[in-house]
Design a protein around this ligand. Structure first.
Ligand SMILES: *Cc1c(COP(=O)(O)O)cnc(C)c1O
Length: 473
C-alpha cells in the first residue's frame, strides 16, 4: 500500500488521522457493515499504532491517510474472519483422512442434521405415547437390522466405545488380549493406556507374531472380565504368524462364561469386495462369529458423522447404557440426525454407492480419473504459469483411517514439477496452494507435487479457486 507523499522532512505524528476520521471514510463504511463497530474500531487503533511505531522507528517516511488506515484495518479483519476450520480440497489420495475430517456426509445426512440444528426435535420424546423416550432409539433398530446384533448403543466415537465397554465389563478385573493386538491407533490412543484409564487390568497373552488358543485358555480365570480381540487395522504382521480366529476365541471365552469383545475399528456394513477391494470384516460377520460385543466407528468406512457404535448382546448393552460414563460420552441431536439418515441409506444397497460419498469416491476407477487428469492438466497448467509443468500421471490412493492399510486403489493425479528443476519452488507452490480461499492439499513425492484426483468432484470450483493463486514465478 502506498502512502501519501509529503514534500519534505519527517512526518509529524500530530497529523496522523484520528480514529473518528478513519471511521468516517468510505472504506470504513464497508468494513463496518461486514464486521461490526467494535472489531473495526479495535482494528483501526491497531493500524494507527502500527503507523505511529513505524514513523518513530523511521521505517515510515509518510503518514498514511485516513482511507489507507481504514483499508489496512479492513484487510486485517478479513484475515481474521476466515475460519481456520474451513473447507479444503483433499487431493492427498487418502479418502478417509483423519486430519482432514474423515468421511464426507451424504446429502440426506446433511439435510437431516441441518433440520435438527434449526429446530426442536423429538430427541428423547416418544411421539406415539407422549412419554420420555431414549435418544439411542432413533438408530437402535436400524443398527440391529443392519448388523444382526440383538441390541445397539451409540457414543461419541469408537475410542469412547472401547473405553465404556472395557469399564463396564472389566472394572477391577482382567481383560485378556493377544500381544499382537496391543495397538496404537494414533493420536495417543493406545490400547494399554485406555485399559488403565478404564480401570481394567491388562493380561497379555502370546507373542507379537503368534498367539494360540491355549494361550488364551491358560489366562482365563476367576478375575477375567472379558476377552478382547482388536482388529489390527493400521498394520499387518506377516510371515510366521498365528492368531486365533474370532469364532474359535468366542468358544474359548464362552466355555468359561466370559464375554468376547471385538473392536473392529473401521468396521463396515458393506462388503468391500463388491468394489474389487480386499475383504474387510463386516460388522455382521463379527456378530455372527460369536462376539458378545462389537465396536466400530461412524466416520470411517461407514461414511457417517463421528460416532462410536457398540452392538451385541442385549443384556450387556443394557449394562453399558447404565454406566454413568454413557452420559458423558453421548451423541448430540445433530450427529444423531445425520447418523440415522446415513444408516437408512444402507437399506438400499443398490443405490448406496451413488449416495454415500465415501463409497462413491472409493469406487472411482483409474480410467475415469485418468480422463479427468488429462482434461485438467492444461487448465491447471495455465493457472500455475510458466514456472511449472503439469502432467497427468498414475498414482495410488488409499482408504485411510486404518482400513485395509496395505491395499491401494489405482488412481490418477496431476503431477506438478518446477520447470527449472529446483525443489524449493515446489514447497513455495505447496504453501501458495494452502493459502487459497479453499486450500488445496496434495503431497510431494519423487520431486513432484502430486494432486490425486480421487476426491475431487467439484472441478469447476477447483479451477476458480486456482484463479486466486499467487506464486512467485
Ligand atoms: C480407529 C480405531 C479406533 C478409534 O476409533 P475412533 O472412531 O477414531 O475413535 C479404535 N480401534 C480401532 C481398531 C481402530 O481402527
Amino acid at each position: 500500500m502506498d502512502a501519501e507523499t509529503r514534500p519534505s522532512g519527517p512526518p509529524s505524528l500530530r497529523e496522523l488521522p484520528s480514529v473518528d476520521q478513519v471511521l468516517k471514510t468510505a472504506s470504513a463504511a464497508l468494513a463496518l457493515e461486514r464486521h461490526g463497530r467494535a472489531p473495526l474500531t479495535q482494528a483501526v487503533r491497531a493500524a494507527l499504532d502500527e503507523a505511529r511505531a513505524g514513523v518513530q522507528a523511521g521505517r515510515v517516511l509518510a503518514l498514511p491517510s485516513a482511507d489507507h488506515v481504514a483499508l489496512a484495518a479492513g484487510e486485517a479483519l478479513e484475515r481474521t474472519a476466515r475460519s481456520s476450520l474451513r473447507p479444503v480440497f483433499n487431493l492427498t489420495g487418502t479418502v478417509l483422512h483423519t486430519n482432514l475430517g474423515r468421511a464426507l456426509l451424504a446429502q440426506e445426512a446433511i439435510a437431516a442434521a441441518t433440520a435438527a440444528m434449526a429446530s426442536a426435535v423429538a430427541l428423547e420424546f416418544d411421539l406415539a405415547t407422549g412419554q420420555r423416550g431414549e435418544r439411542d432409539d432413533h438408530v437402535r433398530e436400524l443398527l440391529v437390522e443392519l448388523t444382526g446384533a440383538e441390541d445397539a448403543t451409540v457414543v461419541n466415537n469408537n475410542a469412547a466405545a472401547v473405553l465404556i465397554v472395557l469399564n463396564t465389563l472389566g472394572l477391577g478385573r482382567e481383560a485378556v488380549v493377544s500381544r499382537g493386538e496391543l495397538i496404537e491407533i494414533g493420536g495417543a490412543f493406545r490400547m494399554p493406556d485406555i485399559m488403565a484409564r478404564a480401570g481394567v487390568k491388562l493380561v497379555e497373552v502370546g507373542t507379537t507374531n503368534r498367539t494360540h488358543p491355549k494361550d488364551y485358555a491358560g489366562a482365563l480365570g476367576e478375575a477375567t472380565g472379558l476377552v478382547l480381540k482388536v482388529h489390527t487395522s493400521n498394520y499387518r504382521i506377516e510371515g510366521f504368524t498365528r492368531e486365533v480366529p474370532a469364532r474359535e476365541l468366542a468358544g474359548i471365552a464362552h466355555a468359561r462364561g466370559v464375554p468376547l469383545v471385538n473392536d473392529l475399528g473401521s468396521g463396515t456394513l458393506f462388503d468391500l469386495t463388491r468394489l474389487g477391494l480386499a475383504h474387510e470384516p463386516t460388522v455382521r460377520e463379527a456378530v455372527a462369529e460369536g462376539a458378545d460385543i462389537v465396536t466400530f466407528s461412524g466416520d470411517k468406512l461407514l461414511g457417517g458423522p463421528q460416532t462410536g457404535f457398540i452392538v451385541g448382546r442385549a443384556e450387556l448393552i443394557a449394562k453399558i447404557n447404565k454406566n454413568p460414563m454413557k452420559r458423558a460420552l453421548r451423541v448430540d441431536k445433530i450427529r444423531l440426525a445425520a447418523l440415522e439418515a446415513t444408516l437408512r441409506l444402507y437399506r438400499d444397497p443398490e443405490r448406496l454407492k451413488a449416495r454415500l460419498p465415501t463409497l462413491r469416491l472409493l469406487a472411482r476407477t483409474r480410467a475415469e480419473l485418468a480422463a479427468r487428469a488429462e482434461a485438467l492438466a492444461a487448465p491447471v497448467g495455465a493457472r500455475l504459469g510458466s514456472g511449472f509443468t503439469v502432467e497427468a500421471a498414475d498414482c495410488a490412493s488409499q482408504i485411510g483411517s486404518g482400513a485395509l492399510p496395505l491395499e491401494t486403489l489405482p488412481s490418477a493425479a496431476l503431477a506438478i514439477r518446477p520447470a527449472g528443476g529446483s525443489g524449493g519452488t515446489l514447497n513455495a507452490l505447496q504453501a501458495a496452494l494452502r493459502d487459497l480461499p479453499v486450500p488445496v492439499i496434495g503431497r510431494i513425492a519423487e520431486g513432484a507435487l502430486i494432486l490425486d484426483l480421487r476426491c475431487l468432484e467439484d472441478e469447476a470450483g477447483f479451477l476458480a479457486d486456482l484463479d486466486h493463486l499467487k506464486v512467485a514465478p
